[in-house]
Design a protein around this ligand. Structure first.
Ligand SMILES: [Zn+2]
Length: 237
């Protein structure tokens, strides 16, 4: 299945995301983690601190155990969030109907964009568009690694904290059409052909990730002002 053409698109897709990666580096967290133990060992004249030095083996075992517990806890939290009706409605209307399928696959743990595409039977580029649109809402993140041939591999995961904030926000936004729209956006896009069925209205950032073309029928989006979008919601109800 993987062809030369496929790899080319993969490389160009990767380039775009690398610059995004530079904006959100994961490195500071890793450093903070390494430095943390030193701080707790600080002693003062009046309060000397005795430090128990764990053996190397115990240290490693504990770290791996903690990582597993943390991952299981996050997976449990993700599954709960992904089943929330308010979230499903918000994701369908703000990011598009394919997005929930992607989120459900990511709930148990991180996955590459290619494995998501394979599982869903959709094009990798469509999965990347959906992931980038969700990334613009900060609810998913990715790590980049190189495979043995030097191609970049993108591993995506849900940011549980951001997703739960997103759920809390969407649960507060009810009924009032204007408050359902993101406050900082005045440009919205719909697909005239699919709106009746999908009820998806994309804010600028998400529409940009889709190249201003509907992911369901490949027709160009129609732009709407904020006022027109609110009016559309009112006539739809
Ligand atoms: Zn469409």
């Amino acid at each position: 299945m993987p062809s030369k053409n496929n790899k080319n698109t993969r490389k160009s897709g990767a380039k775009k995301s690398v610059s995004r990666a530079a904006l959100r580096s994961h490195k500071p967290q890793a450093h903070a983690h390494k430095q943390a133990p030193a701080r707790s060992g600080k002693a003062t004249k009046n309060h000397p601190v005795k430090i128990k030095m764990p053996s190397k083996a115990a240290e490693h075992g504990e770290a791996a155990g903690n990582a597993n517990v943390k991952q299981a806890e996050e997976a449990r939290k993700n599954e709960e969030l992904v089943g929330n009706n308010a979230l499903v409605k918000a994701i369908n209307s703000n990011i598009g109907h394919g997005a929930m399928d992607v989120l459900k696959l990511l709930a148990p743990g991180p996955k590459t964009d290619e494995s998501i595409a394979e599982k869903l039977g959709v094009k990798v580029n469509d999965v990347r568009r959906i992931l980038n649109a969700m990334n613009s809402h900060s609810i998913v993140r990715y790590d980049v690694n190189k495979d043995t041939k030097g191609w970049l591999i993108f591993t995506w995961r849900i940011d549980s904290e951001k997703l739960s904030e997103y759920v809390a926000e969407t649960m507060h936004k009810k009924d009032d059409a204007d408050s359902m729209l993101p406050g900082n956006c005045n440009d919205f896009f719909i697909c005239k052909g699919c709106y009746q069925k999908e009820k998806t209205v994309l804010p600028f950032d998400s529409a940009f990730e889709y190249g201003f073309v509907c992911i369901s029928c490949r027709k160009p989006f129609t732009p709407l002002s904020r006022e027109e979008t609110v009016a559309l919601f009112k006539t739809a109800n």
